[in-house]
Ligand binder design. Structure first.
Ligand code: NCD
Length: 314
């Protein structure tokens, strides 16, 4: 594995499978009364969040603590310094504090790459979401969740499994990272969105696209709903929220068209009633809460492999 985790596309199939199998071993820890391992004792993990986050930040914090690392949470939001400068200043501060890993979420696409390749820090950099670009650990926890339900008992794992990713693909770093990682793992992805919410250049992604959710749903093994990211929109991408839900929302009627084994996923935060109805989100097919649990195990695996378990490749 490389020293940093910046893009899901940087992972080879061997890398991805190593992370998933390590996560599977670490996940058992979640069910034990004492959830701690000494693997990263004496190491420091800094969570550097320039953008809002609930589950990703808490998940990285829990992951690092369960491996006995020291954790520093740095909420950089609200800084008035321009982005390039504040990132550099912050990076120098972290370096001075002796961070071994920096987990960074930033509103600007490419900020984690800048941090990793600028020479400002010597630590491993983990991208926890950069702008509309990538969110590789989300893709890993999604793949891990799919693997547990759809891949574990088959020889090829997720090979040939079909996944629909539905909604605001344009603003979604989750969609891009999932498309890249699922291709690496041999799964087939269909992006479903209105034409206004598909990114320019999507034809270069390793995916199929469709505007028609009802045609896609019966053929898939997993359906991943995306939040409409209104905070990143400055124009009309669809007529009304009601119209959006009618055309692209997952409700009980649409859920009834899924195959029996098909799982329903969402990276969170959900807007119930918009892209997914409450009854679907809370249904037996929904693995949304399990995704959160799996996120801790996957992030433990990533931190462990970047910092502890991979000395020779560092
Ligand atoms: C996503 C994100 O921040 O990219 N959430 C997450 O990390 N679990 C998706 C979103 O904000 O809708």
């Amino acid at each position: 594995m490389k020293r940093h985790l910046l893009s899901a596309g940087d992972l080879t199939r061997d890398d991805a499978e190593l992370i998933l199998s390590t996560a599977a071993e670490l996940r058992d820890l979640a069910d034990r009364p004492i959830k701690k391992l000494p693997a990263l004792r004496g190491r420091t993990v800094v969570n550097l969040f320039f953008e809002d986050s609930t589950r990703t930040r808490i998940s990285f914090e829990a992951a690092a603590k369960r491996l006995s690392a020291d954790v520093i949470n740095f909420a950089a939001k609200g800084s008035s310094v321009s982005k390039g400068e504040s990132l550099k200043d912050t990076a120098l501060t972290l370096e001075a504090m002796g961070a071994d890993a920096v987990v960074v979420r930033h509103g600007a696409s490419g900020a984690p790459h800048r941090l990793a390749h600028s020479g400002w820090v010597r630590s491993s950099v983990v991208n926890a979401g950069d702008g509309t670009h990538e969110h590789p650990t989300q893709a890993l926890l999604d793949a891990f969740t799919m693997w547990r339900h759809l891949g574990q008992s088959r020889p090829g794992g997720l090979e040939g499994r079909r996944v629909a990713i539905v909604g605001d693909v344009l603003h979604s770093r989750v969609a891009r990272s999932n498309a890249l990682l699922l291709q690496t793992l041999g799964a087939e992805v269909t992006l479903v969105a209105p034409p206004t919410l598909l990114p320019v250049g999507v034809e270069t992604w390793p995916v199929e696209t469709s505007y028609d959710i009802d045609r896609v749903l019966p053929g898939v093994d997993a359906v991943m709903m995306l939040r409409v990211q209104r905070e990143r929109m400055n124009g009309g991408f669809f007529p009304t929220p009601r119209e959006y839900s009618r055309r692209y929302g997952l409700d009980a009627r649409r859920m009834a068209a899924l195959q029996d084994h098909t799982i329903v996923m969402h990276p969170g935060p959900m807007v119930r009633g918009m892209e997914i109805t409450a009854d679907v989100a809370d249904s037996e097919r929904s693995v949304i809460v399990e995704q959160v649990t799996n996120g801790v195990a996957v992030r433990m695996a990533v931190l462990y492999l970047l910092l502890g378990g991979n000395e020779s490749g560092a």
